[in-house]
Design a protein around this ligand. Sequence first.
Ligand code: HPA
Length: 266
Amino acid sequence: MINFPQLQRLLQDRRPQTAIILGSGLGAVADNIENPLIIDYADIEGFPRPGVAGHSGKIIVGRLGRHEVLCLQGRFHLYEGHAPQVIAEVVQALKKLGILRLIVTNAAGSLNPELTPGSLMLIKDHINFSGRNPLIGPNDDNIGPRFPDMSNAYDREMRRQLEQLAAKHGIALPEGVYLMVLGPNFETAAEIRAFRVLGADAVGMSTVPEVIAAVHAGIKVLAVSAITNFGTGLQTQPLSHEETIANAARAGGNLTSLITAYLEEY
Ligand code: HPA
């Protein structure tokens, strides 16, 4: 077991300033990390455990592109029963470790006929439809303000940079709005129709709590969705399982290349 000061000491000669949260099926980014230092969540005192039985999450620290990065492989979903404050604690621990920018990835369903499975969406804004918030409870003014501003939650400069890189690599990267549901069930067709009216382009069960906690803590955020499927009712022909897997792999491959290229450039 290692405690937080020991973790800080372990990272002392690497000093990552960029963290990456890897979404479902998007673990390949971590495979590109050189000389990785891997720490099981289970070995860190007080660190929460992700819900999937038998899989402890991992922190992977090492070089990616021009930077030392810290990857979180194994995310805390609210549908697993985690209190949203747990996510804020993890993000605030990242801040204490020196993280200044956070790259978040997720798998999401599309609400927009032009956003096809297998493609990527750059998140420009979100709708918190989860009914939960990681900042509920007393506010620590040393971390951030009681009422954090969300007008640039998805950092404009980082988005423009990623868009330029995507264009250079020939990867389509339309911007869109991500709506978070609590899950764990997939949406009904009526919910999907409602979310389109609300102005969302993609729907998923993660990301928003991490982003709120990061913005509160003054960490810059860049977030990308890998579109794995159309939302319920949007697709007339059912997708085969093979197609779904192929779509997830295509989106995941492009996302891995894009993040790696981003960290080489910026
Ligand atoms: N809905 C919610 N979450 C998701 C979906 C979806 O269609 N696809 C991947 N994550």
